[in-house]
Each structure stands twice: as C-alpha cells, then as structure tokens.
Design a protein around this ligand. Sequence first.
Ligand code: ARG
Length: 491
Amino acid sequence: MSDSHPTSSGQPAPASKPWEHAKSGQGSGADPLATRFVSSLSYDYRLYRHDIAGSVAHARMLCHIGLITADELGQIEGGLNEILTEIEAAEAQTGSAAGWSGWKEQLEDVHMCIEAALIEKTGDAGRKLHTGRSRNDQVALDLKLWIKDAASQLQVKINTLSYAFLTLAQRDGRMVMPSYTHFQRAQPIIVGAELVAWINAFDRSRDRLALLWTLNRGNPLGSGAIAGTGLPIDRDHTAAALEIGDPTGSSIDATASRDAAIDFVYALSMTAMTLSRWAEQWIIYNSTEFGFIRLDDRYTTGSSMMPQKANPDMLELVRGRCGTVYGHLVALMTICKGLGIGYQRDLQEDKRHVFGAYDTLVDCVDIAVKIVETTQFDEAIIKGSLDRGFLDATSLAECLVTRGVPFRTSHQIVATLVRTCQERGINSLESLKRDDFDHACRQAGADACGDDVYDWLGPGRVVDRYTSFGSAGIKGFEQQLAHWHQRLPKR
Ligand code: ARG
C-alpha cells in the first residue's frame, strides 16, 4: 500500500498523518495552522503513563484471545516499556515529560505519538496494538485513570492541610474568641473550635474525591469509536488488569461521557470554595481592625508605594484562584452541553480544564499548608476585644431558662438588659448589679434571678458551659481534637 495520494496537480503527496489515507488531498497535516489547531499534545502528553498502562492491558488481552501472538505481545510490551523509560528520562533531565523527542505535533495527541514510536520500534507488532480499539475509548480510559490517581494524590494533600489546622488548634486552640454570624459578634467560642470547623469541611472535600470514583468506576476500553467491535475482545480481562471496575454497559455512553471529569472538577471547585472562605476569614482576622492573627512575613508581600504594608496576597490569591477553578468547571460543563451522544472533538478540550483546575487547586492547597503552619493567633489582642458585643447574652438567656423562664421571655429580658447597658454606656452584662437582673425578670413576670447568674456571664465561663455535642467550647473541642488525632494520618 502506498503512503501517498495524487494531489490536484497530479503529484503524489504524502499523507502526513498515518490514519488519513482515505483522503484525496494531503490531509490535515498539510497546513501548519490546522495541525496546531487540532492538536492536544501540548497538554495531553501528561496522560502518557496511563496511556501506556491502558495499552499494555489491551495488548495482553489481545494475546489472551489469540489476536496477537505471545512474541508480538513481548515486542509490544518491551517497546512500550522502552518508551515509558525514555519519557521518564526526559522528565528527569528537563523537568517535564514534554521534553521527550517522540512528541510530534502533527500526530495530534499522546495516543498517536506513543503508537507511532512503538511502530517505529516494533513494526508490524506495533501496528496490531490498535486492534479493536479507538482513540475514543482510549482517551476515555486514560482520563479516568489519570483522575483516579490525581484524586488520591489530592486526598493526601488535603490530609496534610487538615493536619496543619489540627497542629495549630493543638497549640493556640484554647484561646477564647468571638464568633461571628453576619460578621456581627455572636457568641464566644474558642479558637480551636473554628479551626476544627475547617477540618470538618475539608474532610467532606476528601470524601467527595473518594466518592467520585465510586460513581464513575467502569472500564470504557473496548467501546471502540462508538459501537464496540465485532472482534472477540474480552473487556473483563482489561477491566481486571486496570482495576477500574466492570466494563461499562454502553459503548456509546462510555465514549461520549465526561461525567468523571466533571465530577472531579466539581470536587475541586468545592475544595477551592472552602479554601476561599478560609482565606477570606483570615484576611479579615489579619487586618489591623481585627489583628486576631499574625501571618508569617514569608506569606505577605509589601507595597511598591506604601512602605509600611504587609499585604495578605497569598490568601487573596487563594480566594481569587477559586474563580479560576470555577471557570474550568463552567467551561467543561458548557463544552458538553451541546453534544449529542457520541464522541465529538469538542471533548478534547476537557483535559485543559481538568488539568488547569487540578494544577490551580494543588498550588492553593500547598500554599495553604504553609500559611496554616506559620500563623499565630494573638491572644492579647483577641482577649482585649472580648468585652465588646455582649457575647454572653445568649448564655444569660439560657441561665433564665434553667430557672423555668420560657426561652422567648428570657430572650426578651436579656434584650432589655442589653439596652439598659447601652443606655448607661456599659459594655458588659457582667457589670450589671444583681438588682438589675431581678428587676428585669420581675418586669417580665418571672421570679428573681439566682445568685449564680454571674456564673453564666463572661466569655470564658460561657465557653466552659457549652455541652451539646459538636459545640464550639472546650468540651466539644477536646472531643474533636481526639477524633481528628485518631483519624488524620500524621505527616
Ligand atoms: N486527542 C483526542 C481527544 O482528546 C483523542 C480522540 C480523537 N478521536 C477522534 N475520533 N478524532 O479527545
């Protein structure tokens, strides 16, 4: 068979892409712009390890069913192993797998480059590898395998971050601080209670990453281009080898679906959102107005004009890059929304967004670990601020409830007492006299307050009193500390 076709001038022109022989002209490799435009190699080369693993499993299956000989399998496996070693060597030498000499843009993608290199090494044995397979099921498989690995690597990183929060909680966690709803002073809590709140949120992030694999397991390999194949391939064989779950039930759905990619980027988006909320909280705590935390100098930057500045830029970028991650999610979902059920080239864009979202998020998690590890809560400043905002008002209302006052009534009594304080220019309920409490109670038709009313006042006493499971005082915190120390693997 000839590698060339007659051109309009009558001259034979080489089809530069070995899978474009049906064309009467030169093919899509003839125009450099078209070549670059259609190629995904600049980003999908990152799939090389999973592509090779999928090819090895496919070749072993082809041998198992007798479509290739043991000798051909040996050549294919040997060739693929050599290619893997070459790519890894390039990565070690240049810092990126993109440095391998076998990547050729005119071959479009990671799949065709690796196959071409294999054919160069093994001839006809390599030419048999693509039997019963298409790039459509190949890329669906590669991406799933990549996502599986990336999700588990990210879970480890999230653990590291949670452990950093836990260590900080262990050290600074028992300081009493205000909590905020609507960013207005709410009730007293301890620092550690807020820190373990982040650990709880990140724990769900980790679970989400684990769950997405449960949802998306299934072996797409063997689905071919869209319709499967008439060859006697054994999809259970590759499924078992790749540890990816049973063969998927529909060749059409398996090659058209990008659910795994979307679930993955959604899981990343949720993690980015939690990181962004944390960054916002700490940006506020780090402000001069709050002064609750001190960020390490390594994680603030100066201003080119204002000499005194130490801005929380890293936290701001964590917050900002959440937008980048969301952008990838929206892009990916939008790419898929107009596609009929079958592979279409639009799907090639998926990897830009999967990799983009992952790289962005990994950087954010890594810097978050550094920031958490080096931040200190400023007890003096926090303590000095506790007498504002009547943080113990709810506790006083609960004190009255223990005397038999209905909560709605006690709420009203305490509101009156807060107003009394404000009218007298006093900023704490503790400064009121016993008579003031009795008077307010009687006015609301309740009995006088007991002597121990002061035991329910003052932020320190209040956080000692919280008893409900999961509450934000000392008892809840100690339970959470023990729980997370047991659950989180040490760094
Ligand atoms: N690079 C392509 C992708 O990522 C591979 C699939 C190409 N399939 C095709 N039928 N042209 O989607």
